[in-house]
Ligand binder design. Structure first.
Ligand code: ADP
Ligand code: ADP
Length: 229
C-alpha cells in the first residue's frame, strides 16, 4: 500500500491558486523528487503533507488514513514525518547534540543518557562525531543541515520531507548534504525531496514529478523525465 496518497489536492492563497488538483502516490522506500519552476507549488505540497497548511480541496492519505483535522492528532502524525527546511531552523542556543537529543527527551520521554547516546549515533551517521559540542553558529551551512537531518531522523520518521535542503548552502557544502540524503535513500527511507539539484534527482529519485503552475506537468522515472528525446 502507498505511504502517501494525494487525491486532487487544492490550495489557494487568497485568489492565487498554489495547488490546482494534484494527484500522486508515494510508495514505501521510494524517493520522489519534486522539480519545476519557483512558485509552482512544490513546497506547498510538502506543507500540506505535514499539516503546516490545510487543504482547500481533495485529500491526503498517510499510511491509509486521511490527515487528521485536530492539532492533537496531527501532532502524532507529524512525529512520523521528518521535515528538513531550506534554512535548517536549528535551535540556536542548543549544541548540535542537544538539537538532535531534545525531541527524544521532550516528545519521546526518553531518559537523557539514552537520548544522548542515540543522538551521538546519529551525529556519527551524518559524519559529525567531532562537532557534537558546537553551537549552530559555529557550524557551516552543510554541517547545520546535516544536524537538521539527524534531528529529524531521531524521531524515527516513516517518511522524510526535504524542502530545498541545499538551496541556502555554499556550493562547496552541497555535496556533503546530498551524500547523506543518498545514503538514506539507499537504506530504504521513503523521501519526498523538493530540489533544483537535477543530478541528484536523476541519480537518486525513483520517481520525478515536474510541477508547473500548481499542476503536475509530467511524472515518471528519472530516465523518462531526463533522457526523453
Ligand atoms: P493511480 O494511482 O490511480 O494508478 P496515478 O496517476 O497516481 O494513478 O498513477 C498512474 C501510474 O503511474 C500508476 O499506476 C503507477 O504505475 C505510476 N506511478 C504513479 N506514481 C508513482 C510513484 N510514486 N512511483 C512509481 N510509480 C508511480
Ligand atoms: P515552489 O515550492 O514551487 O517554489 P511554493 O509552493 O513555495 O512554490 O509557492 C507557490 C506559490 O504560492 C508562490 O507563488 C507563493 O508566492 C505562494 N505562496 C506560498 N505561500 C504563501 C502564503 N503563505 N501566502 C501567500 N502566498 C503564498
Amino acid at each position: 500500500a502507498p505511504m502517501l496518497v494525494y487525491k486532487d489536492v487544492r490550495k489557494r492563497y487568497g485568489s492565487f491558486t498554489a495547488l490546482d488538483g494534484v494527484s500522486l502516490h508515494v510508495n514505501p522506500g521510494e524517493v520522489v523528487c519534486l522539480i519545476g519552476p519557483s512558485g509552482s507549488g512544490k513546497s506547498t505540497l510538502l506543507r500540506c503533507t505535514n499539516g503546516l497548511e490545510t487543504l482547500d480541496g481533495g485529500e491526503v492519505l498517510f499510511e491509509g488514513k486521511p490527515l487528521p483535522k485536530s492539532d492533537v492528532e496531527m501532532r502524532g502524525v507529524r512525529q512520523r514525518m521528518g521535515m528538513v527546511f531550506q534554512n535548517f531552523e536549528l535551535f540556536p542556543h542548543k549544541t548540535a547534540l542537544e538539537n538532535v537529543a531534545t525531541g527524544l527527551i521532550t516528545v519521546k520521554k526518553m531518559p537523557a543518557d539514552e537520548a544522548n547516546r542515540r543522538a551521538m549515533a546519529l551525529m556519527a551517521k551524518v559524519g559529525l562525531s567531532d562537532k557534537t559540542a558546537n553551537y549552530p553558529s559555529n557550524l557551516s551551512g552543510g554541517q547545520q543541515q546535516r544536524v537538521a537531518i539527524a534531528r529529524a531522523l531521531a524521531m524515527e520518521p516513516h517518511v522524510m520531507l526535504f524542502d530545498e535542503p541545499t538551496s541556502a548552502l555554499d556550493p562547496e557544502t552541497v555535496g556533503e548534504v546530498l551524500n547523506v540524503m543518498r545514503q538514506l535513500a539507499l537504506e530504504g527511507m521513503t523521501m519526498i525531496v523538493v530540489t533544483h539539484e537535477m543530478s541528484f534527482a536523476r541519480r537518486v529519485a525513483s520517481w520525478v514529478v515536474v510541477f508547473e503552475k500548481g499542476k503536475l506537468l509530467e511524472e515518471g522515472p528519472p530516465t523518462q523525465i531526463f533522457d526523453a528525446p
